[in-house]
Design a protein around this ligand. Structure first.
Ligand SMILES: C[S@@+](CC[C@H](N)C(=O)[O-])C[C@H]1O[C@@H](n2cnc3c(N)ncnc32)[C@H](O)[C@@H]1O
Ligand SMILES: [Zn+2]
Length: 283
């Protein structure tokens, strides 16, 4: 029998999973499905199932971590946590981050808000991202495809975060408590406009708010507000390299060609431009 609750459900039979051991390295459900943590502490629920999506590679995740560590997206992390604090004041902080990456924004929220109990589930298809997210406090990091049923119970989460990652509003709605809030971050059309072309990056799909609102409303998530945030970042060659490499273009870019391009560009003023969208369950 499991020794302690893990707040995740079994991806095979939907029953609750519990830790089998004090070290929290084995998850087990009552039907006997068992998941062992990888050496770096994350769980892989996609074993045997596979997925059609391409995971972010180790160098891409490393580039994201390096770029974020330099604080270039700190104003966004701050804006995100301001909004979360505005909408959530309960005694629990049960968070799900769908497409969490390294967990940069999740960490900001966990650090800022310390209610009586805190529990986070970070999901991402990239094993390399989940290696890093597994180091966050009170966090279970699981390799999973967010287009599938999310491995957590109905109405079990106060907050769903979804930053620059695929949206699955019907699942976000299912896992949110009636008092919960879903915060979605998208890039605005002018995001990184100065360097998209010279660095061979893929342009950000326009954050068409009307389409997003409609898609979420159809699943019972009502748009409450959007805050826009736009500022200039001064980026050197290393930052530009990481910026280009951490995005979807990182799957195709040649490191050597990119090095040459960023050296040629030198220091650049680059626009960061985001929409932070808040959705709440229909009451
Ligand atoms: C642009 S990154 C954003 C990561 C993180 N939210 C952040 O803002 O730092 C997009 C993330 O979504 C993940 N991702 C893409 N498709 C996914 C899917 N189907 N299921 C889960 N994660 C996915 C990628 O592996 C990547 O880590
Ligand atoms: Zn099971």
């Amino acid at each position: 029998m499991p020794t302690s609750k893990a707040s995740v459900i079994c991806p095979v039979c939907d029953r609750p999973l519990g830790y089998q051991d004090e070290a929290k390295r084995t998850l087990l459900c009552d039907s006997g499905h068992r998941f062992d943590a990888a050496k770096q502490g994350y769980f892989n629920f996609l074993t045997g199932k596979g997925t059609n999506f391409l995971e972010d590679t180790s160098p891409m995740v490393q580039a994201r971590d390096a770029f974020q560590s330099r604080g270039h997206y700190a104003p966004l992390a701050m804006k995100l946590s301001e909004l979360v604090q505005k909408y959530h004041a309960g005694t629990t902080l049960d968070v799900l981050d769908a497409g969490a990456g390294t967990g940069y924004y999740l960490k900001e929220i966990l650090d800022l808000m310390t209610p009586a109990s805190q529990d986070a589930l970070a999901l991402d298809i990239s094993r390399f991202a989940m290696r890093r997210a597994a180091k966050l406090p009170n966090t279970v990091a699981v390799v999973w495809d967010v287009w599938r049923k999310l491995p957590t119970s109905d109405a079990s989460r106060d907050i769903v975060l979804n930053c620059f990652a695929p949206h699955n509003p019907s699942e976000f709605h299912r896992v949110l408590r009636p008092t919960g809030v879903c915060v979605v971050v998208t890039g605005e059309p002018d995001h990184l406009k100065e360097v998209i072309e010279p660095l061979g990056m893929l342009s950000v799909a326009e954050g068409k708010l009307a389409a997003l609102k409609e898609k979420f409303a159809a699943e019972g998530l009502i748009h409450s507000e959007t805050e826009y945030l736009s500022y200039q970042m001064e980026l050197g060659a290393e930052d530009l390299y990481n910026l280009a490499f951490m995005g979807p273009a990182g799957h195709h870019l040649s490191p050597e060609t990119l090095r040459a391009k960023v050296q040629f560009l030198g220091r650049q003023l680059v626009t960061a431009s985001f929409g932070v969208h808040v959705f709440i369950p229909k009451r």
